[in-house]
Design a protein around this ligand. Sequence first.
Ligand SMILES: [Zn+2]
Length: 359
Amino acid sequence: MTITNELLEELTNAYGPSGFEGPVRDIMRRELEPLSDHVEVDGIGSLIARKDGTGDSPRIMIAAHMDEVGLMVKRVTDGGYVKFQALGGWLDSALVGQRFVILTSKGPIQAITGMKTVHVMTPEARSAGFKRDGMFLDVGAADKEDAVSRLGIRPGDPIAPDSKFEALNGSDYLLGKAWDDRIGLAIMIEVMRSIQESPIQGTLFAVSTVQEEVGLRGAKTSSFLVNPDIGINIESGVAADYPGITQDEAQERLGNGPGIFLHDTTMLPNLKLRDLVIDVSEENNIPLQFEVLAGYGEDGAEMQRAFGGAPVVNISVPVRYLHTHNGIIHRRDIDQAAQLVARLVQRLDHDTVDRIARF
Ligand SMILES: [Zn+2]
């Protein structure tokens, strides 16, 4: 297993709000090019790495998304503050009092979300919290002219959370932003490495998608380009092992292994493929968690619906505090998820995929 903490640090620290995945794409291209027979980028930016097998069927697509939740510059006020549009799903309370980076054409600009001080607030206002509409970014500009001319801030500039990776107090609990879905990308690299040593029958397409957080957009175009016979999406799972969240809201726990999604807002998995995932996990002594979510959307949905449709499953690594500056995952879950997907890919020969795909 060669997913190093250094690679995880580089992947999660990289800035890549939806539509601005360039820095993450550069890392993925560097990592996947030596492991692939062909690498291309589609019309909206997803990176598609292809590794040929010993035969030419089936076409197996694995995918993870490069983008993270972020913001976008809407306008600069006369006073030099920046009003923003959210990219992806944020809780209002996760936005306030945080550090961000505005990615301007002149380079990155530091910013913070300011908030009214407690000293001037009524007791009711103190407990009401802050609403997104009233929020703004402070960039240390004297006025609008300063923000626009000196700092180079323009409407449309992407804004990323500013938060750095660390192994929390030297533990196996890894802290960082954007585990959703940089962890999927790290696993995809490892799966591509694994088939160098033991080639598979079919063709493996490792797809790093764009714009998942704003509506699974990169998965749509790349799935049409790949035209998969079968698909495995790799995503961040929803950990439910901290105070205040219940097992009826989500079922995964950190350290208990990879998960498999059985329901989310966008996709129902193929159950024959689910059963194969369970078999592979049992045969290899890899623990497996089941996840049934009322909400959530993920790229597997678009893989499943390209052309005439294909069996697809979503494999997850549990993450605490998704869509905030500070997510936490467990080292062992990453390694076991990579092992599970690698072993699963080995099992997807022509006959097996044919059997799974047939109704
Ligand atoms: Zn995600």
